[in-house]
Design a binder for this molecule. Structure first.
Ligand code: ZN
Length: 256
């Protein structure tokens, strides 16, 4: 009788051990997930082993950490995504590949306005009149503008000169259009002066002539983007404007 009981206990113990081991190995499998690195930089999929969150560390926080992992551009600059906003070498990037969250932005940044006011007063001293005709645009305003152009010219044409909502630099608070939003601005005294001098104030011609393949947009002599003096001087490139995309080694293409 005693022997039978002992055998039964031993049996239960063995079954229990097998079950427990199986459960642990299954759990480990579940915690190894496919994480999309950066949908834009070539759809690479990397296997990331996520340790089971300890105590207070939630799943969401672990995912966020993975998203904030630093990647590199083709030219070796760091790509960091924070709260849905992409920074390359600490420069906020918005183009057809990198969008902004719907609720991002509230107006032109103070630093941008200060730089503009300085540029404006220097232009004024030369009897040139430059003014911001379109500054910050919220997600919804951009949606209205874009949809209007799509109705008028079709989606393919609209995509060459107007950004889809969430993909406009105007939502960043770092960009604005000057004077008349028209190619006629290019050869005005104001347009020429801006082209040759805006970098001194930290601005770049964001969509330079002949760079449509890189920026995804036609030449816009009136659309300026603030990047700070140091980077602006490099992009200005002694008068032979580079694009931000070419400089950093990134793309500007919609996924569809
Ligand atoms: Zn613009």
């Amino acid at each position: 009788m005693k022997k039978t009981l002992l055998i039964i206990f031993a049996f239960i113990f063995i079954i229990g051990t097998i079950f427990f081991t199986y459960k642990i190995s299954f759990k480990e499998k579940k915690d190894t997930k496919l994480v999309e690195k950066n949908p834009v930089e070539g759809n690479e999929k990397v296997e990331v082993k996520i340790n089971t969150p300890k105590s207070s560390e939630s799943k969401k926080e672990v995912t966020k950490k993975v998203n904030e992992n630093i990647n590199k551009t083709k030219n070796g600059y760091s790509i960091v995504v924070k709260n849905g906003v992409t920074y390359i070498d600490d420069i906020l990037i918005v183009n057809k590949s990198y969008s902004l969250p719907e609720n991002y932005g509230s107006g032109l940044e103070k630093e941008v306005l200060n730089a503009f006011n300085l540029m404006k007063s220097d232009a004024q001293a030369l009897n040139l009149n430059i003014y911001i005709s379109s500054g910050f645009r919220a997600f919804q305003s951009q949606a209205n503008i874009y949809n209007k152009y799509v109705l008028r010219d079709g989606k393919d044409a609209a995509d060459t000169y107007s950004a889809r909502p969430g993909y406009s630099e105007h939502q960043s608070g770092l960009s604005f259009d000057l004077n008349s939003i028209n190619s006629s601005f290019t050869d005005t005294p104001e347009g020429k002066w801006v082209n040759d001098n805006c970098y001194l104030y930290g601005f770049i011609i964001r969509f330079p002539d002949g760079k449509q393949n890189e920026t995804g947009y036609k030449y816009e002599s009136w659309h300026l983007r603030y990047v700070g003096k140091e980077l602006a001087k490099k992009i200005y490139n002694n008068g032979n404007w580079q694009s931000l995309e070419g400089y950093f080694g990134i793309e500007s293409k919609y996924l569809d």
